[in-house]
Write a protein that binds this ligand. Structure first.
Ligand code: DC
Length: 247
């Protein structure tokens, strides 16, 4: 049995056994279509900070498993792939390049064959632990280099960086999230386009929600609801939370 004392967080929220994070870390979680990737990137640009898209890491691992013909339902095979995952991910918000074993996978990981299968990888708890360690290391390196970092995903505020300087849950109503993602994927938000988008948003979040809590803010996490905000207003709302935390 693991000793619960061994991983009990200290007063900063940092689980025992983790090295402290460097610099100013802004953790942002949220469901699909909340705008978290584009808003996080713009917040990082505005502050001159690094940026880490942890969803891209799950997507790249899925790509790598498919490339190596690893059965995504075989948890030990996916874990073995995660443990030897030759990933390079950039943390410049203007060029967050993702390469796996030297191949640029920036576009391939956005294809629907990845979007529809990535949850199979993301729900494997031991795989999450491997990626968590890597994410903490990347957060610390990017933050040390730029003075700060914005890291976004589903479990950054709660599991990866509960000791972050600022923690935000970016959310939006299901209707707003569906309409946004539908415009991104299909260039329209009429009923048919929204229906075609539903499985990529609602169903995927339901599966991902079995391993991470990203619909309700944890203690100490500030919720920013972007349902009625445009992009610039959403960025401004997050920057306001950051300013309040600094003050
Ligand atoms: O944000 P995204 O759509 O690129 O995320 C891809 C997948 O990875 C999605 O199924 C949720 C999962 N994910 C996760 O489980 N934990 C994270 N920190 C980031 C993403």
């Amino acid at each position: 049995m693991p000793d619960p004392e061994a991983t009990r967080p200290d007063s900063s929220g940092r689980p025992a056994g983790d090295a402290p994070l460097a610099g100013f870390v802004i953790a942002i979680d949220g469901p699909s279509g909340s705008g978290k990737s584009s808003v996080s990137k713009q917040v990082a640009r505005t502050l001159g900070y690094g940026f880490l898209d942890t969803g891209a890491m799950y997507r790249a691992l899925t790509w790598w498993c498919l490339e190596r013909q690893v059965d995504l339902t075989d948890e030990s095979a996916v874990l073995a792939a995660a443990q030897a995952f030759p990933l390079t991910i950039g943390t410049d918000p203007d060029d967050p390049a993702v390469t796996v074993d030297g191949t640029d996978v920036g576009s391939a990981i956005r294809e629907s064959r990845i979007s529809t299968q990535v949850s199979l990888v993301a729900v494997i708890v031991p795989v999450r632990e491997v990626l968590r360690d890597l994410q903490r290391r990347l957060i610390t390196e990017a933050s040390a280099a730029a003075g700060g970092v914005v890291a976004e995903g589903r479990d950054i505020t709660t599991v990866v960086a509960p000791d972050a300087s600022v923690r935000v849950l970016l959310t939006a109503s299901e209707q707003a999230r569906l309409a946004r993602r539908s415009r991104e994927l299909h260039g329209a938000d009429h009923a048919d386009a929204v229906a075609a988008t539903r499985s990529q948003i609602v169903d995927r979040d339901r599966v991902d929600g079995t391993v991470s809590q990203f619909t309700v803010a944890a203690d100490g996490v500030t919720t920013v609801d972007t349902s009625d905000l445009n992009f610039d207003e959403s960025v401004a709302a997050v920057l306001q939370v950051v300013e309040a935390a600094r003050a």
